[in-house]
Design a protein around this ligand. Structure first.
Ligand code: FES
Length: 64
């Protein structure tokens, strides 16, 4: 699914950047371009970032 239509950035590309350490829409944008033209996709980019971060937290066991 394309999230940023200006730069044709797919959700999976954003998820990959989050898994590689990008934590904000600014960093994701710097790495793949999402959200850096019209800005209309920024809420959707933020939602993908938050969803991937939640997935990552769920996959990591809680420390003892
Ligand atoms: S749709 Fe992403 S910057 Fe325009």
């Amino acid at each position: 699914m394309i999230v940023c239509h200006c730069h044709a950035v797919r959700a999976e590309e954003i998820r990959t950047e989050v898994r590689l350490g990008a934590e904000t829409v600014e960093v994701v944008g710097a790495r793949c371009g999402a959200g850096t033209r019209c800005g209309g996709c920024i809420p959707a980019v933020e939602a993908v970032i938050a969803d991937e971060q939640a997935r990552m937290r769920a996959a990591v066991p809680a420390p003892h």
